[in-house]
Design a protein around this ligand. Structure first.
Ligand code: FAD
Ligand code: SF4
Ligand code: SF4
Length: 476
């Protein structure tokens, strides 16, 4: 029976059920179960159909949330799927891993008194149902165009751009140094947040649509950037950011201190059935340094690998950590201990690390950016046992101009690729860039948004090229 809207007064917020903690600690399957049809309809019906939907305003994709919630509440799921797919190439992925508490749901107007509508879970339900029912169609173009686009990177930015360009008829070639698509969706984010089949099913669709995937191809390694420029009418750089920020201090070079992404990639590969020499946390006292999403993924991976203890060391407090609160709560439930306001001073051990010496921190006055400084508390040192230390301190871009031998590619002082406002074109004509390599480490939903916008800019550029207009003017 179709649900009426504005049911937030009568129905309380319900999130999809989480699997029992004991089970979660033992496997890498997603922790949230999916809504069933009646729960999805009931939760969607809580929406008050705001005239100015702040949920949509704060969704980077501007998703038409109130309309697809209404359709879901009324059982019109195929229509809801079509509408949600118009603005989002991967609603099933965003529904799972967007930090909704900071985006759409955090800005839902009923949040204040009644707790937000569970937008992400409904979005995921709609698209998972569409896959089950066969409503998700191969994004084939209506007609073919002769021009080709080369895209470096198969993360969410590259994939979203590829799909948009292919739908318009362009010949799209994706290049990636990895053997599977998805970038951080495949090898960074663990499967307890995003099962890999959700990414792999997209790969099959995009291949069927006629997109050419060139895997195990590293630009600047076994293929030059110049060869891409020569082959394609336009090139998009969507390579993400991978240079891990490091930590110094006494003992920082000891064995057993590893970068977060190496640890996560190896774990993801192993779960995908690859034979890899992976650092394993089984039986170890693990200390993870950092407070972002990457640190949360590491602590929860270590729990599942059977670590003896897992501690997270973060120099600010819980309220000031950059990671999603939902993930912190999940980690706490799974047995991770947090040492808030604590920073490492030294790593102890002969050859391999055996302990971390740390010091308590206090929050000071805000700096020019408004962020509070952190200062060590004298005499507050303490020691944590550790046979595995994972450094999750964030990522910076590689120096692409020198790695790829393209000195004309302009980058910012942080190393991110500079693009012209709105055009996504770099300093090199016909070369565009999108996603983390432009923004710095960000979110999947922003990468999708950038990929879509860059695809629009490339379409204008290529259309102008055909009609003989100034391509520079078209790009601006
Ligand atoms: P990426 O996803 O990094 O993809 C870039 C691709 O380019 C990769 O496949 C890479 O192999 C390829 N590439 C790079 N250099 C070359 C080269 N020279 N030649 C060929 N190929 C190359 N965001 C969220 O919204 N929610 C989360 O829960 C979340 N969790 C995260 C957890 C971790 C551990 C990390 C590290 C990030 C997380 N993020 C999360 C951030 C999110 O994953 C990124 O913002 C997003 O993936 C960026 O997309 P992208 O397409 O720009 O780059
Ligand atoms: Fe919310 Fe992300 Fe979906 Fe937008 S894409 S509605 S921010 S979950
Ligand atoms: Fe519905 Fe909340 Fe969006 Fe308003 S802000 S339209 S109540 S989901």
């Amino acid at each position: 029976m179709p649900e009426k809207m504005l049911q937030f007064i009568r129905l309380s917020q319900e999130n999809p059920e989480k699997r029992a903690v004991k089970q979660r600690r033992e496997d890498f399957s997603e922790i949230y179960r999916s809504f069933d049809t009646s729960h999805a309809a009931a939760q969607a019906s809580r929406c008050s159909q705001c005239g100015v939907p702040y949920c949509s305003v704060h969704c980077p994709l501007g998703n038409n949330i109130p309309d697809w919630l209404k359709m879901a509440a009324e059982g019109r799921l195929e229509e809801a799927y079509a509408l949600s797919a118009e603005t989002n190439n991967f609603p099933d992925i965003c529904g799972r891993i967007c930090p909704q508490d900071r985006l759409c749901e955090g800005n839902c107007v009923i949040e204040k008194d009644f707790e937000s509508v569970t937008i992400g879970a409904v979005e995921r339900f709609i698209t998972d149902t569409a896959f089950q029912e066969g409503w998700v169609k191969v994004p084939r173009p209506a007609h073919e165009l002769g021009q080709s686009v080369g895209i470096v990177g198969t993360g969410p930015a590259g994939l979203a751009a590829a799909e948009q360009l292919r739908k318009a008829g362009y010949q799209v070639h994706l290049y990636d140094r990895y053997d599977r698509i998805g970038g951080l969706l495949m090898y960074g984010i663990p499967s307890f947040k995003l099962e890999k089949e959700v990414v792999l099913r997209r790969w099959r669709l995009l291949e069927e649509a006629g997109i050419h995937f060139h895997m195990n191809v590293e630009i600047g390694g076994n293929k030059s950037f110049a060869s891409l420029q020569a082959r394609h009418d336009a090139v998009l750089i969507a390579t993400g950011v991978y240079k891990a920020r490091d930590i110094g201090g006494p003992g920082a070079g000891l064995a057993g201190i590893v970068p977060a992404l190496d640890y996560l990639v190896a774990s993801n590969r192993r779960n995908l059935g690859d034979t890899v020499e992976a650092v394993d946390a089984a039986g170890k006292n693990v200390v993870v340094i950092g407070g972002g999403d990457t640190a949360m993924d590491c602590v929860r991976t270590a729990v599942r690998q059977g670590a003896k203890s897992v501690k997270c060391l973060y120099r600010r407090d819980k309220a000031n950590m950059p990671g999603s609160m939902r993930e912190v709560k999940n980690a706490e439930e799974e047995g991770v201990e947090f040492e808030w306001l604590s920073a490492p001073e030294a790593f102890l051990g002969d050859e391999s690390v055996t302990a971390v010496r740390a010091i308590r921190m206090r929050l000071g006055l805000p700096d020019a950016s408004g962020r509070q400084s952190v200062d060590p508390v004298e005499g507050s040192g303490f020691t944590l046992e550790a046979d595995l230390v994972i450094k999750a301190l964030g990522f910076d871009p590689e120096n692409l101009p020198s790695l790829w031998d393209v000195p004309g590619l302009e980058v910012s002082r942080w190393g991110t690729v500079k693009v012209k406002a709105f055009s996504f074109m770099t300093a090199l004509p016909g070369v565009f860039a999108a996603g983390d390599i432009v923004r710095g480490a960000s979110l999947v939903v922003w990468a999708i948004r950038d990929g879509r916008d860059a695809a629009e800019a490339i379409k204008h550029y290529l259309a102008a090229k055909v009609s003989g207009q100034s391509t520079q003017a078209a790009a601006e």
